[in-house]
Design a protein around this ligand. Structure first.
Ligand code: GTP
Ligand code: MG
Length: 294
C-alpha cells in the first residue's frame, strides 16, 4: 500500500551565531551554506531541499534576528519575515550557553503560529556540572507546547532525533520541488558566499561586516571555471586592510577561496579578486540591489 507523501517548509530561526547554518548543512548531509565563528554570517534566506522516498523537506536558513541599523539589516530581516510567512514548522535555535532570557527577543519577534521545535544547541560547551534536565525544564515552562531537544550540531549529539520530530508535524502534500533540487540558489550565489566565508575567517573587527562579494564573471570552460569576484567595502582604509602588506592578505584570501570553491564545484578554478570601495553601500538601495540583497 502506498503511504502518504509528506512535504513542507521547515524554517530555521534564531539569534546570530546560534548554529542555524551549521544545522542546515548537517540535516542536508552536505556543506551548502556558509558558517563562521562570527555573528551575522548569513544575509539571505537560503533554501536547502531534502528529498527522500516518503517526504520532501524544504528547509530555510535565515539570518540571525537582530535590531536593524542599516538598510542591509532591514533586507536581512525581510528574509526572516518571508520565512515566517510560509513556515509549516519552525525550528528555533538557541545557544544553550546563553541565558534563557536572551531567547525572548527572538521569540517575541517571531510570534509563531506554527508547530515549533526548540533546539538547545552547543551542549558540548556546557560545563560538566550543569544538569541538562533542569535547564530543559526552565525552557519548557517558558515555552509550553514546544518540542524541545538538546543537541550539538557541531559534535552531532542527539541530532538524529530532529528529523523524526519534524516528520511528526510535516503536512501531507506532494513535493514542491523536483527530487534532484538542492537549493533555490545557483552556483554563482554559493561561490560568492564561499569568498565571503573566507573573509569572515581571515579578517577581524569590522571588515567582514563591511564586505560584500559580487561575482562579475563566471565562465564555465571544459577544464576549469574562470571566476572574477569584486569585494566591496565601505572605506579606503578597509581596502588597505583587505589587501594587506604588499598584497599578502588578498593573496591568502584568493588561495583559501579558490580551494573552497574547487571543493564545492568539484572542478579546477581560476579566481581573480578585485577590491572596490563603495562608501555607505550598506545603506544604498542601488548598491544593495546590485550586490544581491533585494
Ligand atoms: N561548540 C559548538 N559550536 C557550534 C555548534 N553549532 C555551531 N557551532 C559554531 O557556532 C558558530 C556559528 O555557527 P553558524 O552555523 O554560522 O551560526 P548561525 O546561527 O548560522 O549564525 P548567523 O548566520 O550569523 O546568524 C560556528 O563557529 C559553528 O561552528 C555546537 O553544537 N557546538
Ligand atoms: Mg548562518
Amino acid at each position: 500500500m502506498q503511504t502518504k507523501f509528506q512535504s513542507g517548509f521547515v524554517n530555521i530561526f534564531g539569534a546570530p551565531n546560534a548554529g542555524k547554518s551549521t544545522l542546515l548543512n548537517l540535516l542536508l548531509g552536505e556543506r551548502l551554506v556558509i558558517t563562521s565563528s562570527k555573528v551575522q554570517t548569513t544575509r539571505h534566506r537560503i533554501l536547502g531541499i531534502l528529498t527522500e522516498p516518503a517526504y520532501q523537506i524544504v528547509f530555510s536558513d535565515t539570518p540571525g534576528i537582530i535590531e536593524t541599523r542599516y538598510k542591509l539589516h532591514e533586507k536581512m530581516m525581510g528574509h526572516v519575515k518571508s520565512a515566517l510567512e510560509d513556515a509549516d514548522v519552525a525550528i528555533i535555535m538557541h545557544d544553550i550557553t546563553k541565558p534563557l532570557d536572551t531567547l525572548t527577543p527572538v521569540t517575541d519577534t517571531l510570534k509563531l503560529k506554527v508547530p515549533a521545535i526548540l533546539l538547545l544547541n552547543k551542549i558540548d560547551k556546557l560545563p560538566q556540572e550543569v544538569v541538562l534536565a533542569d535547564l530543559v525544564a526552565e525552557y519548557a515552562a517558558q515555552y509550553p507546547g514546544w518540542e524541545i531537544l538538546t543537541i550539538s550540531a557541531k559534535a552531532k549529539q542527539h541530532t538524529d532525533k530532529i528529523l523524526p520530530l519534524i516528520l511528526k508535524h510535516l503536512p501531507e502534500a506532494p513535493p514542491f520541488y523536483p527530487d534532484d533540487s538542492i537549493s533555490d540558489r545557483n552556483e554563482r550565489f554559493f561561490v560568492g558566499e564561499l569568498v565571503r566565508e573566507q573573509i569572515y575567517a581571515l579578517y577581524q573587527d569590522e571588515i567582514p561586516y563591511h564586505a560584500a562579494v559580487f561575482i562579475q564573471a563566471f565562465e564555465e570552460k571544459t577544464t576549469l571555471n574562470v571566476i572574477k569576484a569584486d569585494i566591496i567595502v565601505s572605506r579606503e582604509t578597509q581596502k588597505m586592510i583587505l589587501l594587506g602588506k604588499g598584497g599578502s592578505m588578498i593573496k591568502q584570501l584568493g588561495i583559501n577561496s579558490r580551494k573552497s570553491i574547487e571543493e564545492f564545484l568539484q572542478k579546477k578554478v581560476h579566481l581573480e579578486l578585485f577590491v572596490k570601495v563603495r562608501p555607505h553601500w550598506r545603506d544604498n538601495e542601488n548598491h544593495l540591489r546590485e550586490y544581491g540583497y533585494n
